[in-house]
Structure formats: C-alpha cells, structure tokens
Design a protein around this ligand. Structure first.
Ligand code: SF4
Length: 340
C-alpha cells in the first residue's frame, strides 16, 4: 500500500511521538528516529512496518538540523557525558537519506561517546559501512533471524531479502571497519528455533562483539497492532531466559544481557509536560502514524507532539484547532482523544 511521506515541519517539537524524533526514557541513552519507513515486511514486525503494513497511514522524515538541535538540548539537560545516541526507528534507519551526516553530526555533540544503530541490514553496502565507520558509528545491532535463505525470506516477508549478502556484510563490518557488531536475531518460537544455534555459531566465527557482547537474541512479542505470524505464541520470559542460559553454557558466550553491559544507567528524564486527564486545545499539524490518528501540538505553547487517536483525519485536517484529553504520557510520548 502506498503511504504519504510527511516531512515534519520546521519548528515542530521533536519529542512526543513514538514514530519520529527523539525519545528519552530516563537513562543516558537517547533514541533517535529520523525516519519511519522500512522496505521489509517481517512477519513478526512489532511496528507493522514496510510495504505490507495494514495499520500505518503515513511515514515521517525529520530534517537533520532541527533533529540535532533538539538532541543537543536533551544532552545538555541530561549532562554532557557518556551519552549514547541510539538510532533505532520504527522502520529501518538506513531509509534516512542523510544517515551518514546524522552519524557525523551526533558524533560531534559534546558528551556523546556511543552511536549505535538497529537494522536488519537490507540497505547496507560496503561503501556505506566505510562512510559510517569514518563518521563515528560505534555499533550496529544487526538482526539476522535465520541463516537459511528461504526461511530468512519467509521471516522478512518478501522475496528479495538476501541473508547471505547480509552475512557477507556482517563479516565486512568486523574485518574492515571500526564499527562493533552485535548480532540481534528475533527468536520467533516454532519458526526459527533451529536457526538460533547456527546464528550464535556464526557470530562467534566472524568475531562479532569486540567492545560489547556479540549476541543479543530478542524475544518475539505479540503486539496488538504489530504483525503476528499465525499460530505462534510468545514465549514466557522464564522459558526464554532458561534457554539463553543453556546456550550460554553450550557456546561459552554471554546471552543474557543487562543494561549495564552497554553502560546504560539512569539519568534525569525530561519533564512531563501534560498530565493524564489534562484537557487542552491543540492544533493539528499532520497525519498520525496509524489510521484514525492525527498529530498535534498545544495551541499556544507547542512543546511536545501529541498523537490524537479516535479521529477521522479527513475531518480534522492540518490547522484544525480541537480540544483533547491526554490519556497517556509515559516517557513523554503523548496520546490524547477528542473531548468536548
Ligand atoms: S522488523 Fe524491522 S526490518 Fe522487519 S519490517 Fe519491522 S522494522 Fe522493518
């Protein structure tokens, strides 16, 4: 399905949305989301990304300069030391046309000592990896969910994904760049169980993880508006960790990761600007990420993006002024619904 790409307007706040901008969860890690699109359509995707998305109605692009300015403000607030900029996005970060410039600009921000990125790698190539290394990228969390090419395509939800090429690039990262590599498969029970030991062996064989652990197996979770493979049940955390422990013993490689393995620690969180239950007037500025949503800002003092749910975007076009009630504000990500 074709979706509209929405260029986030200059001057809009860049905190408040899950789909773009910056997210602060009260640690020294700041999530950086410059774009939302993904070319893949993984069958387990928690964010329902890619061409086969059923729930998304818009994709976002954020200009580099305002993104960096807002990022610097947050770093100053949190303390200009040991900050990790984690480019994770609700799609693939390499869809951002200025990804190398972004890494370069983040690396020049006072206090940033780690820049990491999360991807399945479909848009990587050797030249881009060289440029990212040069620009100061510290780590790639690369999700390889199966080494078997056919199964990998099935998991990717398309016919063109070439896991052997991604494996070649994984080797390239280790052998030819200064970027650290963490292999981060998503374990989807009953679908890729037998691939996990193979992926662990592969990560060990190529020498992933010099500065950080080589592996970070991720647990599949069923999300309401994510994609859910039929008949797959999410594992219990207890079962998941028990199996990771067995693999730790079998392969002699750390599998159970803690925030401290990545130097992540608590830091002051940005102030919450709107409380749950608060009613306010907002100005619509664009389409919401998902169907039935628009994004808006407080009419007089736009400090955060507010996603208004339960609306027909055609009935509330940009510049509409409407009254809403905040229904969620966790981590400064705001949801609201129309109210009289
Ligand atoms: S899991 Fe990642 S790579 Fe796959 S569709 Fe979702 S965002 Fe894209």
């Amino acid at each position: 399905m074709r979706r509209r790409v929405f260029q986030v307007p200059d001057g809009a706040p860049l905190v408040g949305s899950i789909a773009f901008g910056l997210i602060d969860r009260g640690t020294n890690l700041i999530q950086v989301r410059p774009s939302s699109y993904c070319p893949m359509s993984c069958i387990f995707c928690s964010t329902d990304a890619g061409p086969k998305s059923r729930w998304r109605q818009a994709e976002y692009l954020v200009d580099l300069e305002p993104l960096i300015d807002s990022f610097k403000d947050i770093v100053r607030f949190k303390g200009e030391h040991r900050i990790e900029a984690h480019i994770d996005t609700v799609g693939d970060p390499f869809t951002y046309p200025r990804i190398v410039d972004l890494v370069q600009a983040l690396s020049e921000v006072k206090g940033v000592n780690v820049i990491s990125v999360q991807t399945h790698g479909p848009l990587l190539n050797e030249h881009l990896l060289d440029e990212l290394s040069e620009a100061g990228l510290s780590r790639i969390n690369l999700s390889i969910d199966a080494l078997d090419p056919e199964l990998a395509r099935k998991l990717a939800g398309n016919e063109w994904y070439d896991v052997e090429r991604v494996m070649e690039l994984a080797r390239y990262i280790v052998e030819n760049t200064r970027i650290d590599l963490l292999i981060a498969p998503v374990w989807v029970p009953t679908i890729n169980d037998s691939e996990m030991p193979k992926i662990i062996r592969f990560a060990i064989e190529i020498g992933a993880g010099k500065r950080w652990p080589p592996l970070g197996i991720q647990k599949y979770e069923a999300h309401r508006r994510g994609r859910r493979p039929p008949k797959v049940r999410a594992m219990r955390w207890r079962e998941f960790y028990a199996q990771l422990r067995r693999w730790e013993r079998e392969f002699g490689v750390k599998q159970i990761l803690r925030r401290s393995d990545f130097g992540i620690h608590k830091r002051p969180a940005l102030p919450i600007e709107h409380q749950v239950g608060e009613k306010l007037w907002v100005r619509v500025i664009g389409p919401g990420w998902l169907k039935g949503e628009v994004i808006a800002v407080e009419r007089r003092r736009p400090r955060r993006i507010i996603t208004v749910v339960g609306v027909n975007p055609e009935e509330v076009p940009p510049e509409t002024i409407m009254r809403v009630e905040i229904i969620r504000n966790k981590h400064n990500i705001y949801l609201a619904r129309p109210t009289p």
